[in-house]
Design a protein around this ligand. Sequence first.
Ligand code: SAM
Ligand code: SF4
Length: 502
Amino acid sequence: MLPRRTALLQEIRSNLPEALWKLEEWDSERSLDDFEPLLADDVAAHPRQSDVEPRPEAKRVFIKTFGCQMNVYDSERMSEALAVEGYVETADVAEADLAILNTCHIREKAAEKVYSDLGRLRDLKSLRAKSGKETFITVAGCVAQAEGDEIVRRAPVVDLVLGPQNYHRLPEFLSRLRGGEAALVETAFPDEDKFKALPARSPAKSASAFLTVQEGCDKFCTFCVVPYTRGMEFSRPVAALVEEARALVARGVRELTLLGQNVNGYHGEGADGHATTLAGLIRHLASVDGLQRIRYTTSHPRDMTDDLVAAHAEEEKLMPYLHLPFQSGSDRVLAAMNRKHTADDYLRLIERVRAVRPDIAMSTDIIVGFPGETDADFQATVDLVKTVGFAYAYCFKYSARPGTPASSMDGQVSEAVKRERLERLQAVLEDGHRQFNAASVGKTMPVLFEKAGRQTGQLVGRSPYLQLVQVDGGPEFIGEIVDVEIRAAGANSLSGVIRGSM
Ligand code: SAM
Ligand code: SF4
């Protein structure tokens, strides 16, 4: 039975036009353009792999995640919902009974990648059909929400289009597909809470995990699709989050990154029935025994309240790292973006944060080539970057998104100018990253080790400032926070020696 299955898989693979099952490499555009803030290493846009050794007869699901950490979290929750139905995750799309593309709509390039993948999945599905195997293809995430029926029209191979608020209904839709229904599309914002309907968390894959605390956004920046794809702001209640945090810690998690499109706008219901701020939530989570580190992303400057700033001074478990997008250094562009803050407001805010936590590492998001951006506007962005000194930053070429106000503004900037500005800005940012990392050499810092490195005997972890740290060490350190003396630094990582093993 097994050799036949292996032969079949080999046949399918050798017939595929491109090696879709292989891990995709990042585009060699060599920019951070394709990265989302605080991307969990190279997890997003890579197929996820299950730790569980599947039984030969188990159904397999292949999930490819595009975009931000929120999608990484959602993919985990979909996988857990499917596990209840007997699905086991596979990194090999050729053996998948169900393939899910969990998509991102934030920039055009990310959205278009989905259609090229669907072309390859169409070929795979027909090859599998020839050997009597059924393959259901699902498009989930923000492209699903934004494009709905249009996806099935452009790619009739798709069986199911499922918006982010409906993941808990995945088993129900699969059973309808098995019953013979075709091309199901669900993009409603249902009244029921998907988080209540999703099954309990499965064993942790890493000592560091994501926890979605807030979804959606009401700010309507003129360039952004999030308010349309993720809907209005919604915050999960404190009690549900503390319960999920406890469950994750019991499964080996030591660090939580609280996620939200606008996380510092969090206003979930507390035990007293009143809205709790993000700072309040952090304090509740900090009381969870065994949880050692807390981070949060992504924040909006306007929601950086005094109590959240103070939490950076008072709450030991809150890591000294703040991702705070400023988008542009030009007040004229900021107004056209509907950001409702100025460059000076942003600088004053950073002064407030640094006053209470001088060592805090700052990171940000920047858009270049927003409609109407002049050379002087761009220079204001470069100046702001130099003034702040970012430990890390993500910069993007402006991408016109259908239906957003900026997409029809006058003064759209040419691709060539956007590219040139992106390259100039990246050079300045990279200098900053190098300087920030170089300042760590000679220091000893606690590192949470998350996984083995690429080379045998190597471990990879994160410093409190989210720097990637590599050391030589055994697997016994994975999941532990260990003091490391930093010996060398590059633009993107540090290397060092575990204290005690020197
Ligand atoms: N809520 C966060 C804030 O307001 O700062 C940002 C979250 S957004 C999902 C992530 C980042 O994608 C943004 O900070 C912005 O830099 C970038 N982005 C969003 N829309 C974009 C567009 N149309 N073109 C280029 N970059 C975009
Ligand atoms: Fe998009 Fe962030 Fe603006 Fe909301 S605040 S519209 S998520 S960029």
